[in-house]
Write a protein that binds this ligand. Structure first.
Ligand code: IPM
Ligand code: MG
Length: 357
């Protein structure tokens, strides 16, 4: 197969991990006789530096013309003082909206080789951690009105609104139910229905959808309780479906309990197969240029792209198995290092994975 991949190398330490993911993709192309063409796209800090805009239309167009987008994380201290519209993060939000990627899948799965790195007690970890957060990605408070105005008394007031309409909830709810059907058939809607109207509408729409998926065990949980349950009893979850900001917050918590945020990839999809694949961690400005960042999340994100956007199941399995073998051998980047293991840098980790493919 020939596939055109848009590549956003990202900011700070991100280009280091994207380079490793590309090495892995090239190895897959060689082994399975595919051709992967790459188009470089500037987004985030890199685009601000070059064009004064975190996502110019011509860069978004390159993504829309591709078969899928692979990216490292964007942003960093260099761009932090900029006004709202010019922030690096705004480029990412415009990319998600421009590509109509309403569904963000963030798996929280513990690698048995790294179980000791989980901050949770062994008695909790040994029950297993393997769930997915299905996060709504282009609605809610992220895309509502943001404004700061001055009140009559001279005091400033800021307002962020959180709109959700039924069709937005229904399409992500469907992804939640479908994902559950492919897994252990359990779906939990996480919300704040004791306070928010949007959450009450979420429940109404999801209960309606449940009728179409009678095999799925459907439940509802307030987000504050969910935050607690994720660290107290994570094995109870199979699929969580939730709105944009709750999903942002809970997915960081969920990745942390697995031992390393450096291991978790994510996929964002809309109606078709055009997707955006990225690690869930940030751009790690503190270790940039030091060959210390863990490339595994981005390599696994490339694997997810093969699986979900290109239908290359065997190739994706191959990448995941290679990561498993490298972990079995005790090869570790600093973030997942433990006693008795071999410490390597980002690029040596990439090489070790390629050697197993
Ligand atoms: C994420 C990030 C982004 C988000 C930021 C960078 C805008 O935290 O992908 O989780 O909040 O969605
Ligand atoms: Mg986040």
């Amino acid at each position: 197969m020939v596939k055109n991949i848009a590549l956003i190398r990202g900011d700070c330490a991100s280009p280091e991990i994207v380079a490793e993911a590309v090495k892995v993709l090239d190895r897959i192309a060689e082994k399975y006789n595919h051709t992967f063409n790459y188009t470089e796209v500037d987004m985030g800090g890199a685009a601000i530096d070059k064009y004064g805009d975190p996502l110019p239309q011509h860069e978004l167009d390159k993504c829309l013309a591709s078969d899928s987008v692979l990216m490292g994380s964007i942003g960093g201290p260099k761009w932090e003082g900029l006004p709202g519209e010019k922030r690096a993060e705004k480029g990412l939000l415009r990319l998600r909206a421009g590509m109509k990627l309403f569904s963000n899948n963030r798996p929280a799965k513990i690698w048995p080789q790294l179980a000791a790195a989980s901050p949770l007690k062994e008695s909790i970890v040994e029950k297993g951690i393997d769930f997915i957060i299905v996060r709504e990605l282009i609605g809610g408070v992220y895309f509502g009105n943001h404004e700061t105005h001055v009140l009559e008394n001279g005091e400033k007031q800021a307002v962020d609104s959180m709109p959700y309409s039924e069709h937005e909830i229904e399409r992500i709810g469907r992804v939640g139910f479908e994902t559950a059907m492919k897994r252990n058939k359990k779906l939990c809607c996480v919300d704040k229905a004791n306070v928010l109207d949007t959450s009450r509408l979420w429940r109404e729409v999801l209960r309606r959808l449940h009728a179409e998926y009678p095999e799925v065990e459907y439940s509802e949980m307030f987000v504050d309780n969910a935050a607690m349950q994720i660290c107290k009893n994570p094995s109870q979850f199979d699929v969580i479906v939730t709105e944009n900001m709750f999903g942002d917050i809970l997915s960081d918590e969920a990745s942390e309990i697995t031992g390393s945020i450096g291991m978790i990839p994510s996929s964002s999809l809309g109606e078709g197969t055009l997707g955006l694949y990225e690690p869930i961690h940030g751009s790690a400005p503190d270790i940039m240029g030091q060959d210390k960042i863990n490339p595994i999340a981005t390599i696994l994100a490339a694997g997810m792209m093969l699986r979900y956007s290109f239908g290359m199941t065997e190739e994706a399995d191959d990448i995941e198995a290679a990561v498993g073998k490298v972990l079995d051998k005790g090869i570790r980047t600093p973030d997942i290092m433990s006693e008795g293991c071999t410490l390597v840098g980002c690029s040596a980790m990439g090489d070790a994975i390629i050697a197993e493919i």
